[in-house]
Design a protein around this ligand. Structure first.
Ligand SMILES: Cc1ncc(C[n+]2csc(CCOP(=O)(O)OP(=O)(O)O)c2C)c(N)n1
Ligand SMILES: [Mg+2]
Length: 377
């Protein structure tokens, strides 16, 4: 314990945090945007694309498809026919809005809750089921060939997105890398480093924070003392903003703006999409152990699918027959995909060793041999 005099001395030495005479040299703000309120009522004039009812219906279909996919995948996992699965229940507007704004030649680097966007970009539901079933062939997309596979390690794909964007820049290609990660990932060094270097090199990359308020059992309030996650852009010298992530129109509009800027040399952008994870973290989790059911119910009232449907119905773009027809069509797509997935013969046992290294390290060679001989027994 320092002496009383020493404490006095130290207090004198320490300056007040904000000197009255100091001049502010930089000011920042984070903007938030939303077009539809939770009930589906417009709160401001909608962007141009939203005046096209076919566009809105395709966004709606994409979100309904994602939800059907989730329900089927969870059912397959619960009956022992799929591995651990991460549902996007309640978060469909984020990746749907993002992917719908992208051009085919852009590159999506998803985390593990972005199947809505992946399906929209041409990844097939069979491929996604194969992936979650532990089959490497699920990541060899027939379409969207240059999109990255699902990234389960938290945030490690953010530096990859920077690499992709650097390649675009060096080749003078007008393409943009779009990287989506969760709120938890923003605490990772990978993400901070990616944001930083993207800013320094002025790269065509967009970072989307899928802020579903939880990282397994850790709420955002324990993830950071910052008021928003979007402001993490400020330290990197890049633009950051927040959108209502359950308003697909807001997500798409912000992404489209960021893409147009990045494509024309305007540099990177960070969008924090505020949403909520209505389900468990994965099929291996029980969220009722760490969050209350009133909290979850509150967020059900913000459901992105109901919100857009309410708007479509109010505008007389959508009705009961359309809904029934869509549900029938989407259920058919997902059921057929599940059948095809279940009918796919399992991969050879050595496959799990064969796609990571060009030359297998010695210990893995031994494991591969052991797996092969076990399979022969
Ligand atoms: C590098 C790494 N550390 C830990 C994990 C285990 N893990 C899986 S998901 C997750 C939380 C992720 O939270 P967030 O980034 O908010 O994404 P969300 O799951 O909410 O979509 C953790 C810690 C992991 N997959 N990768
Ligand atoms: Mg999260």
């Amino acid at each position: 314990m320092p002496s009383a005099e020493r404490i006095e001395e130290l207090l004198e030495l320490s300056e007040p945090r904000h000197l009255p005479s100091a001049t502010p040299i930089a000011r920042f703000e984070i903007r938030y945007s939303r077009y539809l309120d939770p009930k589906g009522n417009p709160v401001r004039p909608l962007p141009d694309f939203a005046r096209n009812s076919a566009e809105l219906v395709s966004l709606y279909r994409a979100m309904v498809l994602a939800r059907r996919f989730d329900a089927k995948a969870v059912a397959l996992q619960r009956t022992g026919r799929l591995g651990t699965f991460a549902s996007s229940l309640g978060q469909e507007a984020v990746s749907t809005g993002v992917a719908s704004a992208m051009q085919a030649e852009d590159v999506l680097l998803p985390s593990f809750r972005e199947h809505g966007g992946q399906l929209l970009r041409g990844v097939s539901p069979v491929e996604l089921l194969l992936f979650w079933g532990g089959d490497e062939r699920g990541s060899a997309f027939a379409e969207a060939r240059e999109d990255f596979p699902i990234c389960v390690p938290v945030g490690t794909h953010a530096p990859h997105a920077v690499g992709v964007a650097l390649a675009f820049k060096l080749r003078w290609e007008k393409r943009v890398a779009v990287c989506i990660f969760g709120d938890g990932a923003t605490s990772k060094g990978d993400v901070a480093e990616a944001l930083n270097v993207a800013g320094v090199w002025n790269l065509p990359v967009i970072f989307i924070i899928n802020n579903n308020r939880w990282a397994i059992s850790v709420p955002v309030s324990r993830q950071t003392a910052a008021e928003t996650l979007a402001q993490k852009a400020i330290a990197a010298g890049i633009d950051g903003e927040q959108v209502d992530g359950n308003d697909v129109i807001a997500v798409r509009e912000a992404t489209a703006r960021a893409l147009a800027k990045a494509r024309t040399g305007g540099g990177p952008h960070l969008i924090e999409a505020l949403t909520y994870r209505l389900g468990d973290h994965t099929t291996a989790d029980d969220a009722s152990r760490y969050r209350s059911s009133p909290e979850v119910s509150t967020h059900w009232a913000e459901d992105p699918i109901t919100r857009l449907r309410n708007y479509l119905v109010a505008e007389r773009i959508w009705g009961k027959t359309d809904e029934e027809k869509l549900l029938g069509e989407v259920t058919g797509v997902i059921e057929r995909a599940a059948e095809e997935y279940l009918a796919t013969p399992a991969q050879a046992v050595e496959a799990m060793f064969d796609y990571t290294y060009q030359t297998l390290p010695k210990d893995l060679v031994e494991q591969r041999d052991a797996a092969l001989s076990a399979a022969r027994k």
